[in-house]
Design a protein around this ligand. Sequence first.
Ligand SMILES: [Zn+2]
Length: 186
Amino acid sequence: MKSHKSGPFVLPVRDLIRKPGEMREHALSIPAPERWGEGIVSIPQGGELAVEARLESVHEGILVSGTVDATYEGECGRCLREISQPVEVEFQELFEYPGEEAADYEVQDDHVDLETLIRDATVLSLPFQPVCQPDCPGLDPVTGEPMTQSAGERPEPVDPRWAGLQEFAEQFGSEPTGADSRKEES
Ligand SMILES: [Zn+2]
């Protein structure tokens, strides 16, 4: 007799097995069972994982997809300030029916266990070099204290998401605002 697993990540699929086309959605709030992540930021044990999962019965098994919203904690990789940032992670995996070859993810008896899938997706999404803000100036090399925004020139490249905006600002920003006054409003 096989063991009956239970736990917040274990979802019953008895009603979906071998019924392609059937699907069901779950919204779960699960405390992280342990610290997730080995880097300078991680999901703390007990941190809330807001999981939305869709289970779809397909020919080969149960297709599981969804999102998890969590908050990672740790410190800024530049200034060492403590940070806490939300992260949203997408996941998708086919839980196959047991066959001749062992699959990474399988339907077990009448359930699927999402813990490994959700943990791996979440840990992989954690930033390798987390920062408190994109232009964090880091630590003063002399004093070792966090530098303030105004200190010195900014050694870091502009965040690519803002590069276009900066070009725009350099192109038009220096013109006096009065230059627009000849524009005709209708
Ligand atoms: Zn920082």
